[in-house]
Each structure stands twice: as structure tokens, then as C-alpha cells.
Design a protein around this ligand. Structure first.
Ligand code: BDR
Ligand code: CA
Length: 308
């Protein structure tokens, strides 16, 4: 189950997930983050059309803002107009499933205890609400894999905080301290696995959804280059997909972690205590990545859409 807020890298993550034979995606839920909840749901639906997902695949909208505090949708040039780099999102036949993401996730988790992974690649509002409203559901999940935070690296919204954790710090703290099996893929590794602009250009020349993925990545690279002067981009959320399909691509460290909810300068910061893994292994955090292997995996699987 994939909880997302597309977002260019969420879109690439969905493309990777649906091209990954290791996965059986049961449904997609949406949350406000990079864009409003409504736009995130439209964007996710469009990507599901692009990958040829079955019409009956659940697409369920969740929370329209953080679990506490006001909704703050970024004026976010990194993801471009509408969240997908200006890609037109036609009003297709796919409609969101009735109901809300929080209850849907709980129902699915409880129906197959110990089986399902929840991959959360947006703010953790839906996941925190799930843990609060359905206390049996967290332990019923096989694991929760989260894209968010920066354990040692600097943040990308403030020097201390990464976007998904900064967007809803109370939710992120709730999830990381819940006792559920949580793995965290943060900026420590996503920034160490930049996807090269040249590879994006080669994908953009391919037909079909491969070319769309390439065009999305080219725009993402251009905006990243303008801001940081590097012709390569972290495809954060896609690396979190790879953490599920190929956990060995990443080096993991175990410990305890929480998210700062009060600090004036540090609100949204991931605070990880990895000093005594023998005492606590609540959370695993990725600190190393095989960047070349990830680039090869993502390139190969996105290019595969050209032949579909
Ligand atoms: C995270 O923030 C969002 O902008 C991206 O989609 C990703 O989930 C990276 O900090
Ligand atoms: Ca995201």
C-alpha cells in the first residue's frame, strides 16, 4: 500500500513500483503535501492511468492537512506547476474510491495481519491517524517504510528539517515512536544517490510512459540544477520503493528516533539515537546506499515502459 502526495518523485516512485515484479501493489492512498489533497489524488490517478493499473485498483484520499496545525501547501517550484512539472493531468475516467484512506488502510492491514507493507512517501498525516484511530492496525502491518527526515544530513526545508517531516512533525513523531516496525529512508541516502540528468534525457527519448518518466525527471533535474548547481537529482520517493524491493541496496542502522515538534529552529528535525542498537532497535534508518545500483535499477525499470 502506497501513501503518497505526487509530486514528481512520488510519480516516479509509483512508476517504479508498478514495474517491480517483487511488489503486489494493493492500493494507493493520498495525503496533502507537495500539493493539495485534491491535486495529489488527481495526480496519483493520472499516474495509475499511465502505468496501466487496473481500473478497480483502490485510490483513496486521506487527510487534507497535518494532524495538528494548519495545512501549508508549499509554493513548491521543485515539483513545478500542479506538482507534476506542468504535465497536463486530464480529467480521466478514474475516480477515487469512496471512503477515506485512514479507514481503508486499517481495513486492509487487519484483513491480512503481518502481510502488508505500508510505503509512506508523503507527510505522515494518514499514517499517524491510522495508528491513533485503529490501534490494532499498526501491529498488523508487516512494516512501515517511510521516506523522510535527515539523520545526519541537512534538511531541505530548513537546515534541520526534511519536507515530509516538516510538513507534519507531530505525525512523523507519532509514527517513529509508535513501536511499529519502521524503516526510514531520508536525505542521508537520497542525496547520496542522485539520478543523472543524462540518464533522464535518454529516458525522455523513449516512447510511452518511459518517455513521460524521462520528461518528468528532466524537468526535476533542471529545477534542481537551478537551485543547487548540480545536473542530477535525488529521486527520494523512488529510493524508498527500492528499499522495499531491494533492501540490500541500503545500509541500515537501528536505534530509537523521534521528530522535534517544538523547536523554533528545529521543528520537523529527525533526532535519531543510533548509539546503542543493542538496547533499542525500534527504528531502522538508512545511512548508506549503493548509488550506481539504484540508478541502474531505476533506469532499467522505467525504460521497460517503452516496450509495453
Ligand atoms: C520529500 O519531499 C517531497 O517534496 C518529495 O516528494 C519527497 O517525498 C523529499 O524531502
Ligand atoms: Ca513525496
Amino acid at each position: 500500500m502506497i501513501d503518497c502526495d505526487p509530486g514528481v518523485d512520488d510519480a516516479i516512485a509509483l512508476l517504479l513500483a508498478f514495474a517491480s515484479p517483487e511488489l503486489d501493489v494493493r492500493g494507493v492512498t493520498t495525503v496533502a503535501g507537495n500539493v493539495s489533497l485534491e491535486q495529489a489524488t488527481r495526480n496519483a490517478g493520472h499516474v495509475l492511468d499511465l502505468v496501466g493499473a487496473p481500473a478497480a485498483l483502490p485510490l483513496v484520499a486521506g487527510l487534507a492537512g497535518p494532524v495538528s496545525g494548519a495545512v501549508r501547501i508549499p509554493d513548491e517550484p521543485m515539483h513545478g506547476v500542479g506538482g507534476l512539472g506542468g504535465l497536463p493531468v486530464p480529467d480521466g475516467p478514474r475516480r477515487p474510491t469512496a471512503g477515506n484512506a485512514v479507514d481503508w488502510l486499517a481495513e486492509r492491514a487487519l484483513a491480512e495481519p503481518g502481510v502488508l507493507t505500508l510505503l509512506a512517501i508523503g507527510p505522515l498525516s494518514n499514517v499517524a491517524a491510522l495508528l491513533d484511530r485503529h490501534p490494532q492496525a499498526g501491529p498488523a502491518l508487516r512494516e512501515i517504510v517511510v521516506m523522510g527526515g535527515a539523520a545526519h544530513a541537512q534538511g531541505n526545508v530548513t537546515p534541520a528539517a526534511e519536507f515530509n517531516f516538516h510538513a507534519d512533525p507531530e505525525a512523523a513523531h507519532r509514527v517513529l515512536t509508535s513501536g511499529a516496525a519502521v524503516r526510514v529512508v531520508g536525505l542521508d541516502v537520497t542525496r547520496a544517490a542522485l539520478f543523472p540528468g543524462a540518464a533522464a534525457e535518454r529516458l525522455a527519448a523513449l516512447p510511452g510512459a518511459a518517455g513521460v518518466a524521462g520528461a518528468l525527471l528532466c524537468g526535476f533535474v533542471a529545477r534542481y540544477q537551478e537551485r543547487y548547481g548540480v545536473a542530477a537529482v535525488p529521486v527520494h520517493d523512488a529510493l524508498a520503493v527500492a528499499a522495499v524491493t531491494h533492501p540490500g541496496l541500503l545500509g541500515w542502522e537501528a536505534g530509537e528516533a523521534g521528530v522535534e515538534c517544538a523547536g523554533e529552529l528545529t521543528r520537523g528535525a529527525l533526532v535519531a539515537d543510533l548509539r546503542r542498537p543493542e538496547r533499542s532497535r525500534d527504528v531502522e534508518i538508512a545511512l548508506r546506499v549503493d548509488a550506481d545500483a539504484f540508478t541502474a535499477l531505476l533506469t532499467e525499470r522505467l525504460a521497460g515502459y517503452a516496450g509495453r
